[in-house]
Design a protein around this ligand. Structure first.
Ligand SMILES: [Zn+2]
Length: 414
C-alpha cells in the first residue's frame, strides 16, 4: 500500500538539534566553510539525502545539489547554506537547507513532481574565514571575479585558492557552475530574519521584498589640531565637529527617506585628550530597497557635509568604499509567498532584507526569486544566543512547503 508521508515540521526541529550537537560547542555553531566541521555537517546532510530518490552532485564552486527529477525539466530550486560564522547560532543558513530537505521529502513521497525539484547547499555564504561572503552563489550567478578572491588569506596566512583546493574546488573553474541555473524557473529560500521587525509586530513569518542597495563611503574632515587649553572656542577648526554634525544629520536623512544610515567607525588625530582634533575620519553606510531613495540619501548626506564644512571651516574628502544596487524579488512569487504565510499564520508582512543572502545572487542571475523570513528572538544572529520559538520554526517549514506547492504549479502552468 502506498502511503503519502505528509510534512513533519517537528522532524526539521529535531534534525537542527542533531546538527547543533554534532557541529557546535558551548560557544555556538562552528561550521565555518572549508573546515573539517563544515565537511562533517555536509556528510551528515548527504546521509539524509541518500535516503531519498535524489541525485546528489557537488559543482565546480563547491555547491551541493540534490535533484528530484520531475515530469518537466523546468526546475524549482530551494536553497540555503550549512556553513556558519565561528561561534554562530543554530539556525542561520542551516534552517533553510534542513527545512528544504523536509519539503523535498514530502514532495518525493507523493511520486514524480510536475517539475524538477532541486535543493542546493551553497558553499561559504558567510565568508567568515576569508572575508568574502557568498562565494558559491556568486560564482554560480557569474558576479564573482576569481582574481578578486584568489589571494585573500585567513588569519593563519592560508590563501583562499589553496584552502578551497583541499575541498576539490579549482577557483579557475568555479564559474562553470553557472550551468546549474540553466533550467531554473524559481528559487525559494527560508531564513531567520536576523533582525527585530517581525518580533516587534508579534508576527511569526514575513515575505521578503528584496535586498537593500548599499552605498558605503569613507569621509575625512580636516581642521587644525591645536592646544586644548590655549585655543579659544571661536578660533578652532575642530575636525570632529564635522563628524559629529554629519552623524546627527545622516540619522535624520535615514528617517526622512525610510532607509537606514550608519556611522560605524570614527578615528581622530592626534587623538589625545589635550588637543583639538585636526583630522577626523568616519565611515558612512547607507541602505535602501529603492534605488532612487538610496541616491537621494547619498545626495542629501553630501549636501549636509558641504554645509557643515562651511559652518566649521573644515576641509573634506569623500571616497566610495563599496556600492551595490538594490535587488528586488519576483512580484508573482511575492504574492504566492504572502498567500502561503497567511494560510499558515493568519497575517503576513512584507519587509526588505538588510543582510545580503545567496538569494540575491540568484536573483541577479535572472532567476525569479523569493525569500521567507521567520521571526528571530531579540533580533539576534551571528551569536550563540540566536534563537526562534519552536512553534515558529514549525510554521516556517509549513509555509515553505505551501509556497513550494504553489510555485511548482506556477512553473508548470507557464
Ligand atoms: Zn544566512
Amino acid at each position: 500500500m502506498a502511503t503519502t508521508s505528509t510534512l513533519q515540521p517537528q522532524r526539521t526541529i529535531d534534525e537542527l538539534k542533531e546538527l547543533r550537537s554534532l557541529t557546535g560547542n558551548a560557544d555556538g555553531a562552528q561550521r565555518v566553510a572549508f573546515t573539517d566541521t563544515w565537511a562533517k555537517a555536509r556528510t551528515w546532510m548527504r546521509e539524509k539525502l541518500n535516503q531519498l530518490p535524489v541525485e546528489v552532485e557537488t559543482d565546480e564552486a563547491g555547491n551541493v545539489w540534490a535533484t528530484l527529477r520531475g515530469q518537466s525539466e523546468k526546475e524549482m530550486l530551494i536553497g540555503g547554506h550549512i556553513d556558519s560564522v565561528p561561534n554562530g547560532g543554530w539556525l542561520d543558513g542551516c534552517l533553510n537547507v534542513v527545512a528544504g530537505l523536509e519539503v523535498v521529502r514530502r514532495i518525493a513521497s507523493e511520486g514524480t513532481p510536475p517539475v524538477t525539484v532541486r535543493l542546493v547547499d551553497w558553499a561559504d555564504e558567510e565568508g567568515a574565514r576569508f572575508g568574502r561572503s557568498l562565494f558559491g552563489s556568486s560564482a554560480t550567478s557569474g558576479s564573482m571575479n576569481p582574481d578578486d578572491v584568489r589571494n585573500l588569506a585567513d588569519k593563519e596566512g592560508i590563501k583562499l585558492v589553496d584552502a578551497i583546493a583541499r575541498y576539490g574546488i579549482n577557483l579557475d573553474r568555479a564559474k562553470e557552475s553557472h550551468r546549474q541555473l540553466k533550467n531554473a524557473a524559481a528559487y525559494l529560500e527560508l531564513h531567520i530574519e536576523q533582525g527585530p521587525v517581525l518580533e516587534s509586530m508579534g508576527l511569526p513569518l514575513g515575505v521578503v521584498l528584496g535586498t537593500f542597495g548599499v552605498e558605503r563611503h569613507a569621509i575625512r574632515f580636516t581642521g587644525q589640531s591645536a592646544h586644548a587649553g590655549s585655543t579659544p572656542m571661536n578660533q578652532r577648526r575642530d575636525a570632529l565637529g564635522g563628524v559629529s554634525k554629519l552623524h546627527l544629520a545622516i540619522r535624520e536623512i535615514a528617517v526622512r527617506n525610510g532607509g537606514v544610515c550608519t556611522v560605524g567607525r570614527v578615528e581622530t588625530k592626534p587623538g589625545i585628550v589635550t588637543a583639538v582634533v585636526g583630522q577626523a575620519d568616519m565611515t558612512l553606510d547607507q541602505r535602501h530597497l529603492n534605488a532612487d531613495s538610496l541616491a537621494t540619501m547619498l545626495r542629501e548626506a553630501k549636501e549636509a557635509s558641504e554645509r557643515i564644512t562651511k559652518e566649521e571651516n573644515l576641509g573634506m574628502e569623500w571616497n566610495r568604499l563599496w556600492q551595490i544596487h538594490p535587488i528586488l524579488f519576483n512580484p508573482d512569487l511575492i504574492e504566492m509567498a504572502d498567500e502561503a504565510v497567511r494560510e499558515v499564520a493568519g497575517t503576513s508582512h512584507r519587509l526588505p532584507s538588510g543582510p545580503l543572502h545567496d538569494a540575491a545572487e540568484v536573483a541577479r542571475a535572472g532567476v525569479p526569486t523569493i525569500m521567507l523570513f521567520v521571526q528571530s528572538l531579540r533580533g539576534l544572529s551571528h551569536a550563540k544566543e540566536e534563537d526562534t520559538k519552536e512553534e515558529h520554526l514549525a510554521m516556517s517549514v509549513q509555509a515553505l512547503d505551501r509556497l513550494a506547492s504553489k510555485t511548482m504549479q506556477w512553473i508548470a502552468s507557464k
